[in-house]
Design a protein around this ligand. Structure first.
Ligand code: FNR
Length: 366
């Protein structure tokens, strides 16, 4: 029996196996309207056919100015939600759990997509003014878009955007809502003293800097069905040990606080707050120790997902079998291989523990 193919139940939602497709931006809304296209449908449904237990969408913006690039997916309109609905339905029919990552890019918004150079875009160029906890822009080499400090009313509106987006996602049939509080985007910008220089209730000490992440998680939980889980992706560390920054100890403490407002799993990533925020190594399982520590030390019982450098079935199996994390979250390997979970079942001699698509039975042998 492979641990990777043991189901796990969070609240009343059973995830059939421990493989999750990591959220990965596709920058493929060619009409720049945040509406899912054939690309998104093919990308997400292929990975459900490929057997992943959770298929998570890319960062899906809760408001237009919260997109990283103009081609990002969004869920601030009913039209956007309607385009996602059949995708979520197919993922569910295939036996996978559809998840949606709800996101706001903060001061890292308004850039061209990677294959157009990932450069800051000005309003005249298809870009827009961006927002953050403080007025300082991301330190681009080129001129940044104007960066505005959010006041308290603006912050309330951001919380409301997450709540509205979660309602739309719920009605579109998603079963997991993941709050994106990692990688130097808006919620992480509030968490980290590197970017949060406020002196009001949303800045200063740990309590103040974590307030927005807690309020957003609570708002999402408020509208998310009781039986369905809420995940939060965090950067466990800023990887900036030589200055005041967000640390793994902060993450342990935050995980307990997020559990109290209704989070069920912490998706444990790292970095992104500053161009110098880089891990010492990026090899196999490079972020797993953070997930493990949060799982062990958080004040509340909360599940964790490990992400980063998981590329082989044996590695994913070891993450779960050795009780280091509850989910093995696989990013780039899922771009190389949409059938990662089916291949893993074969490699781990577990094809009778997975409900693969009958159409592919003769190839995979389940
Ligand atoms: C990402 N990543 C990412 N993370 C996230 O939280 N939301 C997102 O939308 C994206 N977008 C994205 C696009 C692409 C093309 C890549 C390669 C990565 C990060 C990703 O989810 C994952 O955390 C990292 O890639 C590390 O995991 P792997 O790739 O080593 O398994």
């Amino acid at each position: 029996m492979a641990a990777l193919f043991t189901p796990v139940t969070l609240r009343e939602t059973t995830i059939p196996n421990r493989v999750m497709v990591s959220p990965m931006c596709q920058y493929s809304c060619e009409a720049r309207d945040g509406v899912a296209t054939d690309w998104h449908r093919t990308h997400l449904t292929s990975r459900a056919v490929g057997g992943a237990g959770v298929v998570m969408t890319e960062a899906t913006a809760v408001e237009a100015r919260g997109r990283i690039s103009p081609e990002d997916l969004g869920i601030w309109t009913d039209e956007q939600a309607a385009a996602l609905e059949p995708i979520a339905e197919f993922v569910r029919e295939r036996g996978s759990v559809p998840g949606i990552q709800l996101a706001h890019a903060g001061r890292k918004a308004s850039t061209s997509r990677p294959w157009a150079g990932h450069e800051p875009l000005q309003p005249g160029d298809g870009g827009w003014d961006v927002v953050g906890p403080s007025g300082e822009p991301w330190p681009y080499e080129d001129e940044p878009p104007a960066t505005h400090r959010l006041d308290v009313d603006d912050i309330d509106a951001v919380v409301q955007s997450f709540r509205d987006a979660a309602e739309r996602a719920r009605d579109a049939g998603f079963e997991v809502a993941e709050v994106h509080a990692a990688h130097g985007y808006l919620l992480h910008e509030f968490l980290s003293p590197v970017t949060n220089h406020r002196e009001d209730d949303y800045g200063g000490d740990f309590e103040g800097r974590t307030r927005l992440a807690r309020e957003v998680t609570a708002a999402v939980r408020e509208v998310w069905p009781d039986g369905k889980p809420v995940f939060v992706r965090i950067s466990a560390t800023d990887w900036l040990p030589d200055r005041a920054s967000w640390t793994v100890a902060d993450s342990v403490r935050l995980a307990g606080d997020l559990a109290e407002v209704g989070a069920d799993l912490i998706d444990v990533s790292g970095g992104g707050i500053h161009p110098n925020s880089r891990p010492e190594r990026t090899g196999p399982n490079y972020q797993l120790p953070y997930a493990e520590r949060i799982r062990e030390e958080a004040s509340a019982d909360i599940a964790v997902g490990a992400v980063g450098g998981i590329t082989t079935p044996e590695q994913a199996e070891a993450v779960v079998a050795n009780d280091r994390a509850d989910l093995a979250i696989v990013g780039r390997e899922h771009l190389r291989d949409p059938y990662f979970a089916l291949h893993a079942a074969r490699a781990l001699d577990a094809t009778d523990e997975i409900e693969g698509p009958p159409q592919y039975r003769r190839a995979f042998g389940f």
